[in-house]
Write a protein that binds this ligand. Sequence first.
Ligand code: NAD
Length: 317
Amino acid sequence: MPRILIIGAGGQIGSELTYKLREVYGSDNVVASDIGYHNTEIINSGIFEIVDAQDYASVKVCIEKHKIDTVYLLAAMLSATGEKYPIKAWDLNMDSLFHVLNLAKEGFIKQVFWPSSIAAFGPTTPTTNTPQHTIMEPTTVYGITKQVGERWCEYYHKKYGVDVRSIRYPGIISWKTMPGGGTTDYAVEIYHKAIIDKHYESFLSENTELPMMFMEDAINATIQIMQAPADDVKIRSSYNLSAISFTPKDISEEIKKHIPEFQITYNPDFRQEIADSWPKSIDDSAARSDWNWSYSFDLEKMTTEMITQLRERYRDL
Ligand code: NAD
């Protein structure tokens, strides 16, 4: 059994990953950690520690205390927030990665998961069916940290034999947790607003197509790449990963099948420019062939699940 530490476990992906890893490996083998106490459900659900990912000693103490051998590093500042605080985003996203890679290099841990993002691409990248290996000139500070992070992951693997594995997540959609300041957040907010207000004002224009994925698929991919035999994980920068691509208009049409009176309006803000610099769809054939990745939620299935679960949550409104 691996002994796992999740850093940033209070966030959108970290929290759901924590629950799933506890199911798979047992609660005693999975330590959740975050810099704050904001996610009480995670804190009350099993072992929890306060860890500051920017503080090497804080991460190391936790690793030694719990005899950790595997780290999932989910702490980061995301795209939209990163544009407001570029230097803080750079410092958090890079410091945290270096600390974990160095702890692996120094032999304190054996395996590392670190997510990259479709934000590692930029406006000069081919936008349709974006290849695994292509032009990458990101224009957001967040995208720069992901692109540079990928280079360092590959470097640490090649130079020091660090077993680091990574996926370029698309926008992740879930009903359990709210997103944390990204450009694809609209695709979660829209379901909540559809149920509560029957109206949503989108901060992206109606035909902005972006790659997205339901949380369950993203969590399965994360665990699948970590469980794959080391030789099968041939790409040590980060794997393209794809499920569905849609626009605000597409998702609103799908929601109307469940809530016919739902209305969407469009009022693009600064996030439109970020979205316009990202791919519309992704070629993930390397992940499919190297470690058998496939997704199971399309837009229709995901919308049915989101609306069913959120109706239940808001049923007393
Ligand atoms: P999030 O913002 O929801 O959660 C991040 C968590 O990290 C928060 O709980 C925060 O408190 C914690 N954190 C912040 N600073 C910390 C520090 N110094 N030490 C410890 N913890 C700290 O983010 P998320 O959406 O769950 O994303 C997780 C990872 O996945 C990130 O690397 C992100 O770039 C990547 N990703 C996410 C998406 C998405 O759609 N959510 C898409 C692509 C990539």
